[in-house]
Design a protein around this ligand. Structure first.
Ligand code: COA
Length: 255
């Protein structure tokens, strides 16, 4: 249970609202679990036809809670984390996923968009995947999906240099359907989601499955996750997480 993730089902649309604005919507284990429960329910409940992701406040999400990463980096044993459960559910989703994104979409905030079928960005949206800065590796099959969508060098600059991508560029690269004023982004995504609820469910399901190489994604996620868990416990990653907590630049020359 968490107050930071709200689930609503209205007119066939399940809306999952990330709501921890004071921490830029950083995602804790409990929040991932609520999103997983939503996605798992959407698969078995015919009343849910579409899932819509959105975030309260000025950011879509700042990604995984870095305090949680710091705790996992010193834990004696690594368990399968709620983040990996969520990522697995994204990859296996057969119902349409829609996103309304304003402000920063960091880490999984960007990689989850690669699993969404319709993406609407506010003009101030910024997609950021700072995995290497955190001494980690890309997740959610993004090591394959992002270069295949935007080309190797642009994806590499996002992963390795942590270069943000602005909304206009994301639209141009085909990562989004539209860029709209911030006040309109939720309504635009909600309208698209509602339109999808009126389409034949069977045709939607088969179309999505034909368009996504699900088995390959699951395999890539397994490969990434094994490396990710290993990296999470590296001295480099511990330095990156300490630096964030201490509000300083990491110094990887020491580790
Ligand atoms: N995990 C935990 N706390 C986070 C967080 C995260 N991912 N992102 C932001 N916060 C917290 C900050 O520590 C700060 O908390 P405080 O007020 O108690 O000091 C608060 O949210 C506001 O963040 P701040 O950095 O002041 O906001 P900003 O607008 O200047 O910058 C970001 C926003 C998202 C660019 C910046 O917070 C950031 O880079 N966060 C880390 C993102 C990240 O690396 N995520 C992991 C991806 S794998």
């Amino acid at each position: 249970m968490t107050d930071h993730l709200k689930t609503d089902v209205v007119d066939g649309v399940m809306t999952l609202t990330i709501s921890r604005p004071e921490k830029k919507n950083a995602l804790t284990g409990a929040m991932y679990d609520v999103m997983s429960e939503g996605l798992e329910r959407s698969e078995r409940d015919p009343a849910v036809k579409v899932v819509l992701f959105q975030g309260d406040g000025d950011s879509f999400t700042s990604g995984n809670d870095l305090a949680d990463f710091a705790a996992q980096s010193t834990a004696n044993e690594t368990t399968d984390s709620p983040a990996f459960r969520f990522i697995g559910n994204l990859a296996k989703a057969t119902k349409p996923l829609v996103a309304a994104v304003q402000g920063n979409a960091v880490g999984v905030g960007t990689t989850m968009l690669l699993h969404c079928d319709l993406v609407y960005l506010a003009e101030n949206a910024r997609l950021i995947t700072p995995f290497v800065n955190l001494a980690l590796v890309p997740e959610a099959a993004s090591s394959w999906l992002l270069p295949s969508r935007i080309g190797h060098v642009r994806a590499y600059a996002m992963f390795a240099l942590g270069e943000p991508m602005d909304a206009a560029t994301a639209l141009q690269c085909g990562l989004a359907n539209a860029v709209v004023p911030i006040g309109d982004v939720r309504a635009r995504a909600a309208t698209a989601a509602l339109t999808l609820t009126q389409r034949p469910t069977g045709a939607l399901r088969h179309t999505k499955l034909l368009m996504r190489e699900q088995q390959e994604m699951v395999e890539r996620i397994a490969e990434e996750s094994a490396l990710f868990k290993e990296r999470l416990q590296s001295a480099e990653a511990r330095e990156a997480f300490s630096a964030f907590t201490e509000k300083r630049k990491p110094d990887f020359t020491k580790v």
